[in-house]
Design a protein around this ligand. Sequence first.
Ligand SMILES: [Zn+2]
Length: 228
Amino acid sequence: MGLVVPQVIKQSPVIFCDFDGTITIDEVVTEVWREFAPSGWVRDVEQMLAGEKSLLEGVPAVFARIPSERAAQIATFAKQTVKFRPGLEELLRYCNSSSIEFIVATGALDFFVEPVLEPYRPLISRVISIPADLSGETIRADTVMACETCALCKAKAMDGFDRAFRITVGDSITDEHGALASDVVFARDRLATIMRDCGRKFHEFDSLLDVRDILRDGYCFTASDRCV
Ligand SMILES: [Zn+2]
């Protein structure tokens, strides 16, 4: 079965896909911090995950302890160590052949996200990430798309896509606001728990082939599966 979008409700489908832990198997940003951030970052991460510190407070604070001159090394490190989640290429190719716009929305910083995604970039329509200002002594995350808690709010990343059929693919607390603003959610790990806790319907996935198969079979576009 092909893609069936309910025309009365929404127009063209757009996927907003998370990067860390979704496109990648491991959190690239965590690996970067493990390698480049001075000690103390673990506590920041724990506080963020426990909700004691917002991502908006935590993420820029950790990067602000890393010298800007290490940016090129970080990008190389990220590119060399990244492991992509199985099914990425198949999902991207399916979206491209089915007129589904594929956007990567991530709270990671542009200077390492873009190099990591470079092999797949022709198949991705946009990458929305946090711009890094590397002109100062340390890395400054330019949180232009922040909300009260997210360093990059994925609900804000959806601005201008009001009439699109919005699909979130994600795994973490950073995906919550975007997921709640979406018509369909694909979730794993912590995002799946969040969706369950707030009673939202979602599709659980492991490999990105799972996402492709559900899209391809038209399953996620039935009314009973839409988030309401
Ligand atoms: Zn937010």
